[in-house]
Write a protein that binds this ligand. Structure first.
Ligand code: NDP
Length: 312
């Protein structure tokens, strides 16, 4: 165990974590960042990112995260390729346990563990990932403009993404597994009133079709058992996300769905010195740029906390 606790430990290495690291490092907080199991986060499974400001020609997701990391390291962030598997956040000195069993002490903790998209779990879905299969219409919809697409899901995200896709694509097939949608009434109404969205009720996906890229999907009607095929170039999955916050259960306030609750207009959690940023606390916007924004906020909040407590 280190003699003096660290000023700041950042857990997670997506846009939120690295942005927090850049700000914390430049504020002389000597941050240590634990990357977690998926260094770089969700952008590592994206191809082109075209909506992040500052990249007029777009950039590949993995390259972007490499750049974020380099920028964080340039100012002295200590990036460690390990998971944090347990935490005790109760005292002024927080204790984090790494997967190798090491105990790390810190005055502040910035949580940016992100969320993982849920998938249907089909082999064909995995095989055609980034070859037409996507979990983010806002990120990837543009690549399918002028083409037919399928979207699976019936919550607010699926409804919102179907509406978004309908502005780009001549036809959007929405696969809803029950005979009703979970989305809010207003979102349902919007979807139902959009001419080029066709809702397929009681419909589940049997297989995503295509060899090198998506050509459609084989679907089954859950009432009649009848199987059919829908031709499409894009296959979007919008069946929810799971925030990676399991290790904080019982310590940090979170919604039933696991999203961390922060105080209004800040990144403060219910525990002093613990801040939450990025998708671990945001189920509404979930964009790289909004995650980066809250990562910045978390570092500023952590710095103010350390200064107020005269810990740095
Ligand atoms: P939800 O959990 O609300 O919805 C998930 C949807 O996916 C459900 O309709 C569910 O079907 C369906 N689903 C789950 N598993 C499968 C499967 N294996 N096959 C087919 N369909 C499946 O997730 P969302 O991401 O939509 O929303 C998360 C939260 O964020 C919600 O609270 C939502 O209200 C909020 N949100 C708010 C927005 C806004 O206010 N603008 C925008 C986006 C999200 P079933 O209904 O049958 O269980």
């Amino acid at each position: 165990m280190a003699d003096k606790p660290l000023n700041c430990v950042i857990v997670g290495s997506g846009p939120a974590g690295y942005t927090a690291a850049i700000y914390a490092a430049r504020a002389n907080m000597a941050p240590v960042l634990y990357t977690g199991q998926e260094p770089g986060g969700q952008l590592m499974i994206t191809t082109d990112v075209e909506n992040y400001p500052g990249y007029p020609d777009g950039i590949m997701g993995p390259q972007m995260m490499e750049d974020f990391k380099k920028q964080a390291e340039r100012f002295g962030t200590d990036v460690r390729y390990e998971m944090i598997t347990a935490t005790d956040l109760s005292g002024e000195v927080k204790v984090l346990t790494t997967e190798s069993g090491q105990k790390i002490e810190a005055y502040t903790v910035i949580i940016s563990t992100g969320a993982s998209a849920r998938w249907l779990g089909l082999e064909s879905e995995q095989r055609l990932m980034n070859k037409g299969v996507s979990a983010c219409a806002v990120c990837d919809g543009f690549f399918f403009r002028g083409q037919e697409v399928i979207i699976v899901g019936a919550g607010d995200t699926a409804a919102e993404e179907a509406s978004y896709l309908a502005k780009l694509c001549p036809k959007v097939h929405m696969l809803v597994r029950r005979d009703e949608m979970r989305a809010s009434k207003i979102m349902q109404k919007r979807v139902m009133e959009t001419e080029n969205i066709q809702i397929h009720w009681n419909t589940e996906t049997v297989e995503v079709l295509g060899e090198e890229e998506v050509t459609g999907a084989k679907v089954r009607n859950r009432v009649t058992g009848e199987e059919s095929e829908i031709a499409a170039n894009g296959f979007f999955v919008a069946i929810g996300h799971t925030p990676n916050t399991g290790i904080f259960k019982g310590q940090l306030d979170m919604e039933d769905s696991g999203y961390l609750i922060t105080k209004p207009d800040s990144t403060k959690t219910n525990i002093e010195g613990v801040f939450a940023s990025g998708d671990a606390q945001d189920h509404v916007y979930r964009q790289a740029v909004t995650a980066a924004g809250t990562g910045c906020m978390a570092a500023l909040d952590a710095e103010r906390y350390l200064t107020a407590k005269e810990l740095i």
